[in-house]
Design a protein around this ligand. Structure first.
Ligand code: FES
Length: 103
């Protein structure tokens, strides 16, 4: 975790769980979005384009696809729409692994 916990207050009653983000352990709150957990832990880049450009949280409503990650081996997972659960493994795709790059 870098930069401390950047969450807004209000989710303190949710159970604290551990997820893996690109092989590093990140503390998250069960049920919050993967995007929220990543941002709170200081991970603003969620994927990289084929040209090496970073992408991250943008629309927050599942439309832009900038937040696509690999979650438990499932590619094209929208981090902004996916709830955190204990032991979730999140990977940041690089290059043409995201649908927007394959088109
Ligand atoms: S932030 Fe736009 S789809 Fe997730």
């Amino acid at each position: 975790m870098s930069g401390g916990d950047l969450r807004m207050t209000g989710g303190e009653r949710r159970r604290i769980v551990q997820i893996a983000v690109d092989g590093q352990t990140v503390t998250a709150r069960e049920g919050e979005s993967v995007a929220a957990a990543l941002i709170a832990a200081g991970h603003r880049v969620m994927r990289w384009t084929a040209r090496g450009e970073p992408r991250g949280y943008f629309c927050g409503i599942g439309i832009c696809r900038d937040c696509l990650v690999i979650a438990d081996g499932q590619p094209d997972t929208r981090a902004c729409m996916t709830p955190v659960r204990e032991g979730l493994r999140v990977e940041s795709p690089r290059g043409p692994s995201a649908p927007a790059e394959r088109a």
